[in-house]
Design a protein around this ligand. Structure first.
Ligand code: ATP
Ligand code: MG
Length: 347
């Protein structure tokens, strides 16, 4: 037997090695209640493809303090968000879940990255302008540096893909630029260059009150969003009062953002095409359509709410799971931070 055939026999008899999965990282801020936009733009997509990737999903509490937040609310929201991640279907066989502040390297790497981020890049970030509004001079510097903290979150774990809603596209682009800048400055592959994963549907769910604005947790008007924990009566009320127009035609039309937003939500929940949906409501009014949409929402959210109640009622198990997630991830976060510190000449 020649050496080659020996190897061939060995390869044929040994189990094939599983291909290494690409890494996914994403997160949500534990500010206020998770809404339909967060679900359709982010969580639902994470769940759908979780078995294909090596996933890390974070509760980004350091981001949540970029605007004022009550300490007790932050603490409980952090746990509630973890319970919702699980209730929506994230499975710890495929995902690590953890709280950002439990891994100190997020704060450490942000300082390092801050020193390499041109002010001009941060000045261009539209989220800062929207969130700071008229208070540009009085908001904390953390809100301005938010994209750098987010870059650190992603880069610490050598992430390949970042599944997010459309509003985060600009921040992921900046993360790529920053990683490329540092890698080329030191002539080393310190960071993997990540890519945003943004779906064509659901990436920008609009406010129910003002459909020209995105649905946001921080919206002061709770009628602007459906939360994942809203009961059927509340969902019915919010959908009934959702802004539409006086045309009364149930058709997708970019010139009529209110009805188009509601139709897009219906389209994602039913998986039907625009044509099928328009045919379903031909000759019918907004009342019929809104009733059908309410039914679909209740149908989607009820099982999530049931699972959520079970998970949140076992707080020690939840705390344990989050501790385990942080313990598992810390070594990689440490390695990446050390790599960057060595390249810079620190230590
Ligand atoms: P906040 O107002 O506190 O910033 P938010 O609603 O924007 O809250 P985040 O925690 O900032 O929520 O974002 C979590 C994830 O949800 C991100 O991936 C973001 O892109 C996505 N997302 C947020 N709002 C929407 C939306 N309206 N439609 C689709 N995806 C969204
Ligand atoms: Mg946001």
């Amino acid at each position: 037997m020649t050496v080659e055939t020996n190897q061939a026999v060995q390869e044929a008899t040994q189990p094939a090695q599983a291909p290494v999965k690409k890494r996914v990282f994403s997160g949500i801020q534990p500010t206020n209640n998770v809404h339909l936009g967060n679900y359709l733009g982010a969580i639902r997509n994470w769940v759908e493809t979780q078995d294909q990737y090596d996933n890390i999903f974070c509760i980004v509490d350091l981001h949540a303090i970029t605007l004022p937040i009550d300490p007790k609310e932050l603490h409980i929201n952090t746990r509630k968000l973890a319970a919702l991640y699980l209730a929506c279907g994230l499975d710890t066989r495929y995902c690590k879940l953890f709280v950002q502040s439990h891994v100190r390297q997020h704060a450490e790497i942000q300082w390092l990255l801050n020193c390499y981020t041109p002010m001009g890049w941060l000045n261009r970030m539209t989220q800062f302008k929207t969130k700071a509004g008229e208070d540009m001079d009085s908001v904390g510097a953390g809100l301005y540096c938010y994209p750098v903290l987010m870059a650190g979150d992603i880069l610490l774990y050598q992430t390949h893909y970042v599944p997010v809603g459309d509003d985060q596209r600009q921040h992921v682009e900046m993360t790529r630029d920053l990683a490329q800048r540092i890698n080329s400055l030191y002539g080393k592959q310190i960071f993997t260059i990540p890519e945003a994963q943004i779906r064509t549907t659901g990436a920008r769910i609009m406010s129910l009150e003002d459909p020209t604005k995105k649905m946001s947790k921080s919206d002061p008007n709770p009628n602007a969003y459906i939360t994942l924990l809203d009961d059927p009566k509340t969902i019915k009320k919010k959908i009934a009062r959702a802004t539409t127009d006086s045309e009364r035609l149930v058709k997708f039309d970019p010139a009529r953002p209110g009805i188009t937003n509601l139709l897009s939500i219906y389209q994602i929940l039913t998986g039907q095409t625009q044509e099928v949906i328009e045919a379903e409501f031909e000759g019918k009014g907004y009342g019929d359509f809104k009733a059908a949409l309410t039914d679909r929402l209740v149908e989607t959210l009820s099982p999530i709410q049931q699972r959520y109640q079970e998970i949140i009622s076992d707080m020690p198990a939840l705390e344990n799971l989050l501790k385990q997630g942080a313990d598992d991830l810390r070594p990689l976060a440490e390695r990446t931070t050390e790599k960057m510190k060595r390249a810079i000449g620190l230590g």
